[in-house]
Design a protein around this ligand. Structure first.
Ligand code: DON
Length: 574
């Protein structure tokens, strides 16, 4: 990451040194050619944790010129769309859960939706066989993108003009930034798919291998960002950008139409809120299963002495595994976009129901999952989504998870517009019982229908203590997301762990089907051995599960922000 500092960076650094504070001050910025990764900061005024140091810096720059946590979350997401193309996006979707300084909690749904021409059996061939290639790669796998609508919907809670929030992203796209070793690796592994799923070759295609320290300039993406700056959401869902998306669809037999783009709206939802031992936990409602799953899992342990069992004790891991299994069985059967399917949320979160659900829990042995058709984790190594957590000194806390679904989504970049399209259609149940790329199965509740939003696992979460923000947390990881948020919260609230330990310590995952416990490198072999004797199957060990970004408010009111050490994730604050 070494290069001569160009003149514009010097100007930007000087601007930073001037520390402007007024509302109309320029967005101070940073040197995109020299940066390092900080895993933990303690800060008094505000903090941002995200998957990329430059995106976290963009968020903090906005806080410093008087933006609030929502401003910072918008700027961070836009910067991620440039510096973290695996998952940061304009062509995908996401969810924002926030607690605003006046005490209001909000949930914004900017999940992709099925195009108007989508239908239930669109991925089945003449024999009724599901074609997961088509739901996971290329033009037909994309839902109508929601991110840009979501950012503008969020902007009503922000303080600064949108033009300021998008400025760091425009500069990073136009002038480029130095890529990290892991970005170089992932771009290199992507080359065959890029060539296969694009007819207009994007800037990510390179004949010689990418390496750490290369500069990535994205001129087409910069133009798209400028159109959004000039025209607002219409700069994406209409005009030139929309035209380019529709043209791209035509080149690859995709079905997103101009009408779909113009119809798209972000939706304000009522957050899924529940109480856990006096803490108020605020999560995302349908079409994310995240809030409800977290609610179910936490309530199923609330009256058991999990703290007494101890972290990574056989008892605690076994109990949490059984709780996870039961919640995910409900997910497969009952959960989907509640605007299209009646999801029995009240019943599924009812305390008696959950107690009853644990009636057949046996602390001595595994309760086998009912085998319908075991799912398989098909593409576990390349999954990607991204989470960011933001907090400010005024009591605003924002938790955002956003995704293209798989790493680099459909692998298709909109020709001339420079951004990847998602492959979120695979999050629908494309055929009852057929596992999606995360091994999740589903049925009617999550069947494809035009206009419907596919069920998600994303779990942007806030924990409030005495009605003030206490924890801001979330992670990528497909179906492992809710279990990772669950375990991080149990680590802090029950095992009294430091934020770093709560995030960094190895985790595990059970999702009902396939009936196996997935563990991360470093998970204690003795626990596996003991649980194997109780009847558990352990799948292949994974190198990392999730990339959790967590901020905790310390007793003196300062913020402890921790970025996961499983990637380039970085914490920034001031
Ligand atoms: O919405 C969902 O549940 C998935 N599309 C999330 C994908 C994901 O987290 C991939 N990341 N690691």
């Amino acid at each position: 990451m070494r290069k001569r500092i160009p003149a514009f960076v010097v100007v930007l650094l000087l601007l930073t040194a001037c520390k402007p504070t007024q509302k109309n001050a320029a967005v101070t910025t940073f040197d995109p050619y020299h940066y390092s990764i900080t895993k933990k900061v303690e800060a008094a005024n505000g903090a941002v944790v995200s998957a990329h140091p430059l995106a976290s810096k963009a968020g903090v720059a906005v806080l410093k010129i008087g933006g609030n946590a929502v401003d910072a979350a918008i700027a961070t997401q836009l910067a991620l769309a440039v510096v973290y193309p695996n998952a940061g996006n304009l062509g995908g979707g996401g969810f924002m859960v926030a607690r605003l300084s006046k005490g209001e909690t909000i949930a914004l749904d900017y999940r992709e939706m099925a195009p108007g021409a989508a239908h239930r059996d669109m991925y089945l061939d003449a024999n009724g066989t599901a074609n997961t290639q088509q739901s996971q790669l290329g033009h037909l796998s994309s839902g109508v993108p929601g991110t840009v609508a979501g950012l503008f919907a969020a902007h009503r809670y922000a303080k600064l003009p949108f033009e300021k929030l998008i400025q760091p992203a425009i500069e990073l796209a136009e002038r480029g930034f130095i890529i990290t070793a892991s970005e170089a690796r992932s771009l290199n592994s992507l080359q065959p798919d890029l060539k296969k799923y694009n007819s207009v070759m994007p800037v990510f295609v390179k004949e010689t291998p990418w390496k750490e320290g290369d500069t990535l300039v994205q001129a087409d993406l910069a133009k798209t960002l400028r159109r959004i700056r000039e025209k607002g959401a219409a700069g994406f869902y209409g005009g030139e950008t929309a035209r380019l998306i529709v043209e791209e669809m035509k080149r690859g037999s995709g079905i997103i139409s101009l009408d779909d783009l113009q119809q798209y709206r972000a939706k304000s939802r009522t957050p899924h809120v529940f109480d856990y031992k006096g803490y108020k936990i605020v999560g995302m409602p349908m079409p994310s299963s995240g809030g409800l799953l977290l609610n179910q899992m936490m309530k199923m342990i609330e009256h058991r002495d999990i703290a007494g069992m101890g972290f990574h004790s056989v008892g605690a891991v076994q109990l949490m595994t059984e709780v996870e299994r039961r919640a995910y069985a409900d997910r497969a059967e009952y959960m989907g976009d509640a605007d299209y399917y009646k999801v029995p949320v009240t019943m599924l979160s009812n305390e008696d129901y959950l107690k009853n659900r644990m009636k057949n829990y046996d602390p001595e042995r595994a309760t086998p999952s009912t085998v319908i058709k075991p799912g398989e984790l098909l593409r576990a190594e390349s999954e990607e989504t991204t989470h960011l957590s933001v907090i400010d000194k005024d009591g605003n806390a924002v938790s955002v998870t956003t995704t293209l679904n798989n790493s680099y989504g459909s692998r298709t970049v909109v020709g001339g517009a420079g951004f990847f399209l998602n492959d979120e259609m695979d999050d629908f149940s494309i055929k009852p019982g057929v596992p999606n790329m995360y091994g999740a199965v589903g049925g009617e509740a999550n069947a494809i229908k035009a206009g419907k939003r596919m069920l998600s696992s994303m779990t942007p979460t806030l924990v409030l203590k005495d009605n003030r923000p206490y924890i801001v947390v979330g992670t990528p990881g497909g179906t492992t997301i809710p279990t990772q948020v669950f375990q991080t919260l149990v680590n802090i609230l029950e095992f009294n762990m430091s934020t770093e330990d709560a995030v960094f310590k190895p985790k595990f995952h059970h999702q009902w089907l396939p009936d196996e416990v997935m563990t991360e490198k470093g998970f204690p072999p003795a626990v596996k051995e003991a649980m194997t004797k109780m009847g558990y199957n352990f799948g292949k060990e994974r190198s990392g599960i999730g990339r959790t970004e967590c901020i905790k408010v310390l007793p003196d009111g300062r913020f402890e922000a921790v970025a996961d050490n499983r990637g380039d994730d970085a914490a920034e604050g001031y």
